[in-house]
Design a protein around this ligand. Structure first.
Ligand code: AMP
Length: 218
């Protein structure tokens, strides 16, 4: 199954995607994670993406589609994928369609996670993560240990540079302008399911799973 998780930054796409991977066995394809690794590794893609990411702007479509094209060639994607943070523009949505077609596959669902803006700003300002293993933390709901080291791997716990309030507001504006129109696109194709994501991760996961399971029964 190929599923897109759509939603504003901080709507919980990454959290839900990780749980879906465990339950259904599809790989998570997070363009944000791929780009952050490219920035850390200092690759040409990372160097190009860095300035856009720092400002909370979108990385150009051709760069993103190149990244997805390479990722879809990997064997684990043969069973499908959970797309987290991709597509974010109509051009990316068209690109995804033709890339999937090329490998004899197609999109099954677009699940849009809906959270009010003020909740998103609170969630993202409190978000922290391990710089080594990626373990998620949150200063309100899941604070890291006092020594600032990850419980899993002792790595350093950090705040993303784009999780500062100014950048968060810009990312939200970018989402509304460039990404939210994808709802209409996928709704028109009969692929959209909207999930109220203003709740606990467990409750949201139950709702997302029922959308996937209902689709699977069709
Ligand atoms: P995320 O981790 O999904 O919030 O993404 C972090 C940043 O990476 C975004 O603010 C963008 O600068 C960039 N990015 C991630 N995915 C995409 C995408 N599909 N299209 C363009 N830029 C992206």
């Amino acid at each position: 199954m190929n599923v897109i998780l759509l939603g504003a930054p901080g709507s919980g796409k990454g959290t839900q995607a990780k749980q879906l991977v465990t339950k259904y066995g599809f790989p998570q394809i997070s363009t944000g994670d791929i780009l952050r690794k490219a920035v850390t590794d200092g690759t040409p893609i990372g160097k190009e993406a860095q300035k856009f990411m720092k400002a909370g702007e979108l990385v150009p479509d051709d760069v993103i589609l190149g990244v997805i094209e390479e990722r879809l060639k990997e064997d684990d994607c043969k069973v499908g994928a959970i797309f987290d943070g991709f597509p974010r523009t109509l051009q990316q949505a068209y690109g995804l369609e033709s890339l999937l077609k090329r490998i004899g596959s197609a999109l099954d669902l677009c699940v849009s996670l809906e959270v009010p803006d003020d909740k998103v700003v609170t969630r993202l300002s409190a978000r922290r993560g391990c710089s080594e293993c990626g373990q998620d933390y949150n200063m309100i709901s899941n604070p890291p240990p006092a020594d600032g080291r990850c419980v899993k791997c002792s790595g350093e716990i950090i705040q993303r540079t784009d999780d500062q309030e100014d950048t968060i507001r810009n990312r939200l504006a970018v989402y509304r302008r460039q990404t939210k129109p994808l709802q209409d696109y996928y709704s028109g194709r009969g692929l959209l399911s909207i999930v109220d994501a203003d709740g606990s991760p467990e409750d949201i996961f139950t709702k997302v799973c029922s959308v996937l399971d209902d689709h699977d029964k069709e």
